[in-house]
Ligand binder design. Structure first.
Ligand code: ADP
Ligand code: MG
Ligand code: MG
Length: 893
């Protein structure tokens, strides 16, 4: 294998082999930008290193050849005592990865070449400072020596000479520091600091490879779902110096503002400094624009390079550059990270600049970014006092009183307060508090910690891993950077940025939300400034194009006319799931209770009869709201426990009443009935089609109500389009029985009204058996709708309500799961059943219409899966309709 690629040999398509940094350096060199000469050692060499415990022997030869070429071109030798060539050794994996060894600068300096550097630069202080930096970086990252030892020695020197900052140290001081550092290396590692430049280089390369496999790096990869097998590349690059006086400097730049997307040049510049100084924030940087006055020639060269990069990458880029005595060098570039708002604005700007197409523009934005823009936000203009920052784990803006445990959370919410639950970390015992809280804040844990997973599942705003927090339950206080917060103090969490503020920060609705709910004009009217207006216009263009591009329809899950109208305003093209049992929650619950508990035909008949007008009115309203659009009405699917009184509570109250001299006879009868119907595992019990077949007349009533509502609306000149959906079917026979009954009713109601009522009748596919026998089931179905929530529960054997809080966090930590299968469809398992059902169903009926109505219908990654699986539509909560529209468009683009 070839292990070494000169920058002039690679290109940006080779990120697997050369890592992100190396591939982009090669690309810059290829298009003629000034990159200091260098080469990249491939990830393959790293994999060989991991396998064999040493670098491949051929690598030495290849490195020698590549190095020799650089030396010959520049007329300098690595570590020469006269005008030495120095190099940086930089790690660079395919995905950027904190947790790995980063960079060693100034490799090649030793006791002799430090003099050569002084001579070449005419600056002895600079040379000794570079040398001490090398020993420090090399000692820490390559030799694994505690960095405090070096920092301590440097401080000691400063104290000894009365210097307040590093720059006050003279060349002689730094020479002393170098002596001290070398002593530290000898004592801590048992060996001399390597003087031989080539040995330094080889040790640094091996250290980069070795850092791929450290505990920290592996932990990071597990969290970010990056494979352990990739390995990292190593970039060896000629050193250029930004710290050679006022005509030198270094900076970072963005080709557009990555936070707002505003077109223009953004960045920071620091004269007479090296790259690490900019990041370390030791000195205050200047806005990049000021470089124009400091060094107009370099500034012009930089602008030209940035334009070249943008037209070449056709995207926003970020850049590291250095100016050495008036010469510009490009040290790094990549397609830049950006905020959600910037993503939309930049995408349409690039379209207007003829750099990308609208298809590409929608690929450059995501449903997740759109959803961030939909959440209420803190008023940008309001004064805010930042307390600390953690990881943005679950978006939203939450304001509330601090509470430290469940009891406090419940007590304060009962008293009408909004609360933020603050914990060191959360575990399943904290669930109650999390449910009532408007926000959750933890000191520990990453984006897959218990707090993060559960909060996202509940849609609660969360900031996790705010390490500066010290949550002291004994003292009932939270200390953070010298501040003490107590229960009752109000804080505000920004779940999209991870920021934590003190006090009651005003929250404003997002104009993007206004736009998706009420249209462009309303959205524009809600915009505070020009940037917002531009953002909204970008979002509108992207959405319009996504709608025109997507193949799949987008429907909403809605149970009431009000939800239906809301969904329709957001672009829903129908209802994919109306859960009729939801129409019986609350006050009407007793109606169902009576049907279920009725003894004898007569009693049951009467109970069912009473439901008819209620249901018919519900359907009239719903179908009217969705006039002209398909509306899938699912027949009753109540897990019984949701409709019956709680067995334990009822038993206790009857027993107490008995002790008091006699319980109500009705209660006693109810208790007996509830006992009779009690199920150990109601989610797998008498529900869905099973209940419909068990209780004659129940489904018939619902079907009749649908039929009569349809007749009523048609007579009024409307265009109702109901579809009847049977839940929890596992066998074609179940569906056939309901279908026969339904057809008879439809015929009867139709005949009486003098109308033809040929409503589609289909079923949910939410049991593995249904998916596996879809070929048969399709004989009796006009459509399928995948109920992926139940299908996930039944495929994994997970009871969602029981397992999520109990052990999902562990499963995410130990890698059994990479994401909750209730959030993103498990493509390998559940997805295989979906694919089986699609092909089975269409084998029987080629045009069989199919959609999905589980929560996955609103999840971006799952939507792409459904597109590929050939579904006709997704159905999701009204809130997620715009997100689904965008993702369905992206899937088709
Ligand atoms: P990171 O990924 O942490 O930015 P880099 O490898 O980019 O690590 O390097 C750290 C700093 O050193 C950056 O500011 C970079 O610009 C600078 N640097 C790296 N190589 C060189 C070099 N050959 N000459 C001058 N500065 C360099
Ligand atoms: Mg960098
Ligand atoms: Mg279901």
């Amino acid at each position: 294998a070839k292990y070494v690629y000169r920058f002039s040999e690679g290109d940006m398509g080779q990120k697997d082999l050369l890592g992100g940094k190396g591939a982009n350096l090669a690309e810059m060199a290829r298009i003629g930008l000034p990159v200091p000469p260098g080469f990249t050692i491939t990830t393959e060499a790293c994999r060989a290193f991991m396998r064999d415990g040493q670098v491949p022997p051929e690598l030495r030869v290849e490195v020698t050849m590549a190095l020799r070429e650089i030396e010959d071109t520049l007329g300098r030798r690595l570590g020469d005592f006269h005008d030495p060539l120095l190099v940086s050794v930089r790690s660079g994996a395919k995905f950027s990865m904190p947790g790995m060894m980063e960079t060693v600068l100034n490799v090649g300096l030793n006791d002799a070449s430090v003099k050569g550097l002084a001579e070449f630069s005419g600056d002895e202080r600079f040379a000794w400072d570079s040398y001490r930096r090398l020993i420090q970086m090399f000692g820490k990252t390559v030799l694994d020596i505690d960095g405090e030892l070096f920092a301590g020695a440097l401080e000691a020197r400063k104290r000894a000479v009365g210097a307040t900052s590093d720059v006050d140290l003279t060349a002689d001081d730094l020479r002393e520091v170098v002596t001290a550092f070398k002593q530290i290396v000898l004592e801590a590692s048992g060996r001399e600091f390597p003087q031989h430049p080539r040995e330094q280089l080889e040790m640094a390369i091996a250290a980069v490879f070795g850092s791929w496999d450290t505990e920290r790096a592996r932990l990071y990869r597990r969290r970010e779902r990056i494979s352990n097998d990739l390995g990292t590349a190593v970039n060896v690059m000629t050193m250029v110096f930004g710290n050679l006086g006022e005509t030198s400097g270094t900076g970072v730049a963005f080709t557009r503002d990555p936070s707002t997307g505003h077109a223009g040049i953004y960045g920071d510049y620091l004269a007479n400094a090296q790259g690490e100084d900019v990041v370390a924030g030791i000195r205050n940087t200047l806005p990049l624009a000021q470089l124009e006055t400091i060094d107009p020639t370099s500034y012009a060269a930089l602008l030209q390079a940035m334009r070249r990069l943008e037209t070449h990458y056709r995207d926003l880029c970020d850049i590291e550059f250095t100016i050495e005595r008036g010469t510009l060098w490009m040290l790094q570039t990549r397609v830049g990270k950006r905020t959600a708002a910037a993503a939309f604005r930049v995408a349409t700007q690039l379209v207007d600049e003829n750099l990308i197409t609208m298809d590409e523009a929608i690929s450059r934005t995501t449903g997740a970014q759109l959803s961030q823009l939909l959440f209420p936000q803190f008023d940008a203009d309001a004064p805010k006092e930042l307390v600390t920052t953690g990881l943005a784990a679950s978006p939203g803006a939450a304001v509330g009183e601090i509470v430290l445990d469940n009891a406090e959370a419940l007590e304060r919410t009962r008293a009408g307060a909004d609360v933020v639950l603050v914990r060191r970390e959360t575990n399943p015992d904290d669930l109650q508090g999390m449910i009532v809280a408007t926000g959750v804040l933890t000191a520990r844990g990453g984006k897959t910690s218990h707090a993060a997973v559960v909060a996202r599942g509940m849609g609660t705003t969360a900031v996790v891993g705010a390490e500066a927090l010290d949550v002291d339950l004994d003292a009932r206080e939270v200390r953070v950077d010298g501040r003490v917060l107590r229960p009752g103090d109000v804080i505000a969490l920004d779940g999209s940025t991870g920021e934590v503020f003190l006090g009651d920060v005003p929250v404003i609705d997002s104009p993007v939300m206004r736009y998706v709910s009420d249209g462009l004009e309303a959205g524009l009217a809600a915009c505070g400034d020009e940037a917002m207006v531009e953002l909204l216009r970008s979002v509108d263009r992207v959405m319009t194009h996504a709608d025109a591009t997507r193949r799949m329809g987008v429907r909403a899950n809605a149970d009431t006319a009000e939800d239906a109208r809301r969904a329709r305003a957001r672009g829903a093209e129908g209802i994919g799931l109306c859960r009729t049992e939801h129409q019986f929650l609350g006050e009407r619950r007793e109606c169902i209770e009576r049907v279920v508990l009725a003894e004898g035909e007569a009693e049951r008949g009467a109970a069912i009869e009473a439901l008819l007008p209620l249901q018919r009115d519900d359907f009239v309203e719903l179908l009217d709201a969705m006039d002209g659009l398909p509306t899938t009405i699912r027949l009753l699917d109540p897990p019984l426990h949701e409709f019956l009184p709680d067995l334990t509570e009822l038993a206790v109250s009857v027993a107490l009443a008995d002790a008091d001299g006699g319980a109500d006879l009705r209660d006693v009868a109810l208790l007996a009935a509830v006992r009779r119907m009690h199920e150990q595992n109601p989610m797998l019990g008498l529900r869905g089609v099973r209940l419909g077949l068990k209780i004659p007349g129940l489904f018939a009533l619902q079907i009749r109500a649908v039929a009569e509502a349809t007749v009523e609306l048609r007579r009024a000149g409307r265009d109702p389009r109901p579809e009847i959906m049977v839940p929890l079917v596992g066998s074609v026979r179940e569906l056939q029985l309901v279908r026969d009954e339904a057809e008879a009713i439809l015929a009867e109601v139709g005949a009486a009204a003098g109308l033809e009522l040929a409503l589609p009748i289909g079923c949910m596919i939410e049991l593995p058996r249904a998916a596996l026998t879809a070929r048969r089931i399709a004989e009796a179905a006009d459509f399928f709708s995948f109920g992926t929530n139940d299908l996930t529960q039944t495929t994994w054997g997970f009871s969602r309500d029981d397992v999520e809080g109990a052990f999902f966090a562990d499963y995410l930590e130990n890698g059994v799961l990479t994401i909750s299968p209730f959030e993103t469809l498990d493509a390998d398992g559940v997805g295989a059943l979906v694919a089986t059902a699609v092909s089975g169903g269409r084998a029987t009926k080629p045009g069989l219409h199919m959609g999905v109505c589980g929560e996955h219908g609103g999840d971006p990654e799952s939507i792409h899966f459904f597109h590929d699986a050939g579904l006709d539509y997704v159905s999701c909560s009204p809130f997620r309709v715009p997100i689904a529209r965008l993702e369905a468009g992206r899937a088709a683009a």
